[in-house]
Design a protein around this ligand. Structure first.
Ligand code: TXA
Ligand code: MG
Length: 314
């Protein structure tokens, strides 16, 4: 049996399977399987209040799961799928409430990975959060998934993830008579990029960052590796270490520095991998953030993940 056949048969039986995507690896369950959905939460130790993203291989399948798919949803899907954008839309009533944590909206995305697109052909949709224990660093290769979740989960090995951080999450909401796009989680696609894509197809739409009024996932701490990440913004490394020592009441004897460099795409691709690689041999990861990192739009998503992964910032 091929790996994909094995994955399909496990999913149909209500088991979970780790799947590759261009962003990070996901832990998938068939949206039609209550047992599978429950297993996702159990394996991840994820609280039920954090909704799952439904993955599909075609925009028509996404549309079929929603009660309202606007021309803005359609235009963004046309421009970005398969790719690192999750679109929020009102869900159909019969969709299992475990997926949406009881919310009336559902997150949908078509990932860009040939193995996963092939697997998705046989399903209405696969619900998949990132394949890590809740709150921890997302896995960007099969080996990470194994470290996180152990041997009992089947992993479809699709190689290292190209984007390296989670998808942009965007909702299309009506304010008065006007539609707006709200970006709840920054990712590869910035708010400005989504705005431009819409403008290019004759749908100029106000697009901005916002906190989701109902959904979570946007907890202050998230993506944390096993040792503290210390982030310095306008200080020197010794100043940062000494302040962190006081605040966290720990002496850092083996700190190491993670350099982000100047290329945001490359930095995102390797960020989670670096956090994992550096953890075993050190007792703190120091990241110095420059003016460029803080101000340039292309760094927004990575800064968001870095600040959530941080135990201390100065
Ligand atoms: O790149 C990704 O999106 C990866 C890969 C596996 O596709 N998945 C991922 O899933 O990052 P997860 O569960 O780690 O993050 C999903 C986040 C939730 O925490 C929440 O913030 C948002 O997506 N989300 C999902 N459904 C939502 C909804 N109905 N309304 C608002 N936000 C939602
Ligand atoms: Mg996650």
């Amino acid at each position: 049996m091929s790996q994909i056949d094995e994955a399909r048969s496990r999913l149909l039986k209500g088991d979970v399977v780790a799947i590759p995507t261009e962003t990070v690896y996901g832990l998938a369950a068939d949206i039609a399987s209550e047992a599978g959905l429950r297993r996702v939460f159990a394996v991840k130790e994820r609280p039920f209040f954090d909704p799952l993203i439904v993955h599909v291989d075609h925009v028509d399948k996404a549309k079929a799961l929603t009660g309202q798919w606007t021309e803005i949803h359609q235009a963004l899907a046309n421009a970005c799928w398969p790719g690192p954008l999750t679109l929020i839309a009102p869900k159909l009533p019969n969709l299992n409430p475990l997926i949406t944590s009881g919310l009336t909206d559902v997150g949908l995305r078509c990932p860009r990975h040939p193995l996963t697109l092939e697997l998705l052909k046989g399903f209405e949709g696969l619900a998949a959060p990132s394949a890590n224990k809740f709150g921890r660093t997302s896995p960007t290769c099969a080996e990470h998934v194994q470290q996180e979740l152990g041997a009992e989960v089947l992993i479809l090995d699709g190689g290292p993830c190209q984007v390296g951080i989670e998808s942009t999450v965007a909702a299309v909401v009506k304010e008065g008579q006007r539609w707006k796009v709200l970006v709840y989680r920054p990712g590869f696609y910035t708010a400005a990029a989504l705005h431009d894509l819409l403008e290019n197809v004759g749908l100029p739409t106000e697009t901005s960052y916002a906190q989701s009024p109902v959904a979570p996932g946007q907890l202050e701490h998230h993506y944390m590796p096993s040792i503290p990440v210390l982030v310095g913004e306008k200080v020197t490394t010794p100043e940062l270490l000494s302040a962190a020592t006081k605040k966290l009441k720990k002496n850092f004897l083996r700190p190491t520095q993670l350099h982000l460099g100047e290329d945001a795409t490359l930095a995102a691709r390797t960020f989670y991998q670096s956090l994992r690689d550096l953890s075993p041999d050190h007792d703190a990861i120091v990241v110095m953030v420059s003016e460029l990192h803080r101000k340039d739009e292309s760094w927004r998503a990575l800064m968001n993940r870095l600040f959530k992964a941080a135990s201390f910032r100065l």
